[in-house]
Design a protein. Structure first.
Length: 264
């Protein structure tokens, strides 16, 4: 293994920074390339076929260009739809991001917990299987909150995001039958933990929020155990979109140790 081979973190936008934060904690010396498919954002309202083709195509090109030691698809929507396809076509180890239904089912005291993600994630059979396997005897309520993605992106750009706007995007979860009994909410989109303070204000302090970033980082650390890490240059973030727009996020990336932004 080339010691300078990077870990590639891929997301539709900047939600994967929540995963990067945890990876930095466990693997501070690991070279990182963060890839944001800003030209394809948002994924939540796209078809499964479109997402699968786009993610597999982009990751194939990125793997060829950078020869990463590991790829993390830091996006629940992309993972629940395209993870199997990407693993079939690439030899690089792939870590996906899936809704943290198992820990949430163990945490809930009321027996009713919620799942917030994109509309595309909510309708996946993968989510059905997780619910069947881990939420037996519990009630899981789902809501596709596509509107939270642009709010999270706006917050990272330094824009003011109101609690009312976050509450409006997420209210469909609690307006369902038994919604008032929810005491635990799975944030099944890597963008959503960026809004955890606003979500807590909207839902109330009695609600516990669960997401999988720490577990993903532990999995990456396990798969790279014993490998050497050497940086030959600064970590960087790349975008499929316009670089001028991406540069507006420079302060946010700098907070995560990435100061080099490029066009893919």
């Amino acid at each position: 293994m080339n010691a300078s081979a990077p870990i590639l973190l891929f997301d539709s936008g900047v939600g994967g920074l929540t995963v990067l934060r945890e990876v930095r904690t466990l693997l501070p010396d690991a070279p990182i390339i963060y890839a944001a498919d800003m030209a394809g954002l948002p994924y939540g309202n796209k078809s499964e076929a479109e997402i699968a083709a786009r993610v597999a195509g982009l990751l194939g090109r990125m793997a060829e260009r950078w020869q990463p030691r590991l790829i993390c698809i830091a996006c629940n929507t992309a993972s629940t739809i395209a993870l199997g396809m990407v693993r079939d076509v690439l030899e690089t180890p792939i870590v996906g991001t899936v809704p943290a239904i198992k820990p949430a089912a163990a945490i809930t005291k009321s027996g009713v917990f919620g799942l917030l993600g994109t509309e595309a994630t909510m309708r996946q059979s993968y989510v059905d299987r997780l619910e069947h396997e881990f939420a037996g005897g519990k009630r899981l309520l789902r809501h596709g909150a596509n509107g939270l993605v642009p709010l999270a992106e706006a917050k990272l750009r330094g824009e003011k995001v109101s609690i009312d706007a976050v509450a409006e995007a997420a209210k469909g979860l609690v307006l369902q039958p038994h919604g008032e009994e929810i005491d635990t909410v799975v944030l099944a989109c890597t963008h959503f933990p960026l809004l955890e303070d606003e979500l807590r204000a909207a839902f109330g302090d009695h609600v516990v929020f669960v997401h999988g970033a720490q577990g993903i980082a532990r999995r990456i650390a396990h798969l790279t155990l014993g490998q050497e890490f050497t940086r030959t240059g600064p970590d960087r973030a790349v975008t499929t979109g316009e670089l001028a727009d991406f540069n507006l996020l420079a302060p946010a990336f700098a907070a995560y140790g990435i100061e080099r932004l490029e066009k893919f």
